[in-house]
Design a protein around this ligand. Structure first.
Ligand SMILES: [Mn+2]
Length: 281
């Protein structure tokens, strides 16, 4: 019953089927861990959502920034961008089911898995975990977002207040709305930050890693993490320019840029074997 972490699919349905065929995925026995950004930018977002929804009992999924963007548009709170390819999803009569399902998912998923090298706690988020967070802060902050997402009166306000790069870090009189925005940015959009969690989205916008260090800003995973957990392994997506490489054995970057013409990858948690399927034309 292997567990496979799969990178950002972003509507690349043919490649998803190709990858699942390559790993001989059996939804009755195996599990997929999906790092989010199931939809957008790629050609077949609706097909990806329909398919994942149909096997959702075999999937652990966290939301990415594009999935949240879909929720905002579906809720009438944002307009689609020029680059968005969400029309098929938005026009689907099944949209309300997908919205309800996406809302029920969290931004963090954790599970202990028996691997070849012993038991490991795998923690999956879309963008990563800010270096200053403890295990308790990770749990509390992600639970707070889940509660708001599943609360009909707080949900719309959450989405309305979500947009923006500030605050870049916490401060003494931070409001609840600001804290939710900051914590959602950490879990779904972060690339560069300082060791105290101060975010920089300007550097992140290049999507590149040419400058690995600029002042005290570094890719979040290059700071010592404050997670007080033994034998953890972090799975994340969102950063295609990393090409799947962090240089850290217990932190796996799963976004290998399928939607940008590269490949979709799966990482088998039990034996750390990596499988890839090239983007089709
Ligand atoms: Mn993303």
């Amino acid at each position: 019953m292997p567990n496979y972490a799969v990178g950002d699919i972003q509507g690349c349905f043919k490649e998803l089927l190709g990858l699942l065929n390559l790993i001989n995925f059996n939804p009755k026995k195996d599990k997929l861990w999906l790092v989010g950004d199931l939809v957008n930018r790629g050609p077949n977002s609706l097909e990806v959502l329909e398919f994942i929804y149909s096997i959702k009992e075999s999937c652990n999924v966290v939301l990415g920034n594009h999935d949240i963007h879909l929720l905002s548009i579906a809720g009438g709170l944002r307009s689609p961008n020029k680059e968005d390819t969400l029309r098929g999803v938005l026009e689907s009569p099944r949209l309300p089911f997908y919205v309800d399902w996406l809302r029920s998912l969290g931004l963090v998923y954790q599970e202990n898995i028996d691997t070849n090298s012993g038991e490991r706690k795998f923690i999956m988020t879309h963008a990563g975990i800010p270096p200053h967070w403890t295990k308790e802060e990770l749990e509390r902050n992600s639970k707070e977002i889940n509660n708001v997402m599943n609360n009909d009166t707080k949900y719309k306000n959450y989405l309305i207040n979500l947009y923006g790069d500030l605050p870049s870090k916490t401060y003494p009189n931070i409001t609840i709305d600001e804290e939710l925005r900051l914590n959602t940015n950490y879990l779904t959009r972060m690339r560069y930050c300082k060791s105290d969690g101060e975010l920089d989205f300007v550097m992140g916008k290049t999507k590149g890693v040419k400058e690995k260090k600029k002042g005290d800003f570094k890719p979040w995973f290059l700071h010592p993490l404050n997670l007080n957990i033994s034998n953890f392994h972090i799975i994340f997506g969102h950063w295609a320019a990393l090409g799947g490489i962090t240089g850290i054995s217990n932190i796996s970057a799963m976004d290998t840029g399928c939607v940008w013409g590269h490949k979709l990858s799966a990482f088998r948690l039990e034996d750390k074997r990596l499988f890839s399927y090239d983007r089709l034309n």
